[in-house]
Design a protein. Structure first.
Length: 358
């Protein structure tokens, strides 16, 4: 298996192109639908991923309400993985305590408590990538950015990121950070699949322009692109999608993508899920794709996607079947910008050694 590494945005930190997700760790309460891995199974997944070249692990304090972080921290300790050999990412901001009004959000009060608790559960003295899990409509973004800057200055956090926000919200935050000379968001974590390319409308152009890293959650659309589902097959009863129909996806378009991927998978000796992951890895703006698994066999299959190469013909077929429907103002940009896409006849006629005009 050949694991490649990519820079995270404009930072100098390399992360593996596949990242181990931890939502399947713990299985407490609501998260039982995602997975129920206990310590022995978690440790085995961490070992398998690390030996495959994965140096990037993503978690969140809300996953099984802290249990996923605890299991991950214990696995890293039991495996004696050196702290500088792994990039640990976690998130804060969602509801951790139902019985207190301050057990959620992105206030200084809550985030400082959340970070301290995450460090304790993970058994580490710093987080490499600390991410906001969502957009907080109540806390002023200046307050949130201020506390994140203090976290970085304290050494408890190396880089900051965020997840599930609109392009304008990210751009506003970047502008405030630049004006205040605060650490800026270096990464955004988004839902992105071949069957759900919405981020390409606004967020992808933004992250490319501003050199922000992009990591992908739910690359198989909650298992819908695993190859177990089709327009004719509802899939196994125990599958995650059968129990929890999320994320939202246009299933008619998704199954068209599955049919196209199945053809390519059969010809190339891969699986449908590996083709779906390989398509994401072919996107130059993707820093890393988060893969989570209920079983070790699923994880092995996902990790093997690093060795799947899609040729130009495969990519053309997949890009066409998954193309986003036209939406304003995108179609207007394309229409009005056609004459600027290539040099004009006059510009083409100018010789390379054309003397400067006086």
């Amino acid at each position: 298996m050949t694991m490649r590494y990519r820079l995270l945005g404009r930072t100098g930190m390399y992360v593996s192109e596949l990242c181990l997700g931890t939502m399947t760790f713990g299985g407490i309460g609501y998260f039982e639908k995602m997975g129920t891995l206990r310590q022995a199974a978690v440790t085995e997944q961490v070992r398998l991923a690390f030996e495959a070249g994965v140096n990037f692990i993503d978690s969140a304090n809300v996953y099984s309400y802290g249990e996923a972080e605890r299991l991950l921290g214990q696995a890293l300790k039991d495996l004696s993985i050196a702290r500088d050999r792994v990039v640990i990412a976690t998130k804060g901001g969602l509801i951790m305590e139902e019985n207190t009004p301050n057990g959620r959000g992105q206030s200084r009060y809550h985030l400082m408590h959340a970070l301290s608790a995450s460090l304790e559960r993970l058994q580490v003295d710093h987080i490499d990538l600390y991410q906001l899990h969502s957009f907080d409509q109540l806390t002023p973004i200046e307050e949130t950015l201020s506390v994140l800057a203090d976290m970085v200055r304290s050494g408890m956090v190396r880089y900051i990121g965020l997840s599930n926000v609109a392009a304008w919200q990210l751009m506003k935050a970047l502008a405030i950070s630049e004006r205040r000379n605060w650490p800026r968001f270096e990464c955004i974590q988004v839902y992105y699949t071949i069957a759900g390319r919405d981020v390409e409308r606004e967020l992808v152009p933004l992250v490319r322009d501003q050199q922000v890293g992009l990591t992908v959650w739910s690359p198989l659309a909650g298992g819908l692109l695993s190859g177990k589902f089709s327009a004719q097959e509802q899939g196994p009863a125990g599958a995650r999608r059968a129990q929890f129909d999320f994320p939202i996806v246009d299933k008619a378009r998704a199954f068209q993508c599955v049919d196209a991927m199945r053809t390519i998978a059969t010809r190339s000796g891969a699986t449908v899920s590996q083709i779906a992951l390989a398509w994401l890895l072919s996107r130059p703006w993707v820093s890393s794709v988060i893969v989570g698994a209920k079983t070790t066999d699923q994880l092995r299959e996902n990790l093997a996607a690093a060795d799947v190469e899609l040729n130009a013909e495969d990519l053309a077929v997949l890009d066409e079947v998954s193309r986003l429907p036209p939406e304003y103002p995108g179609w207007m940009f394309e229409f009005q910008g056609r004459y600027r896409a290539t040099p004009s006849v006059h510009e083409q006629a100018l010789p390379d050694d054309n003397p400067p005009r006086k």
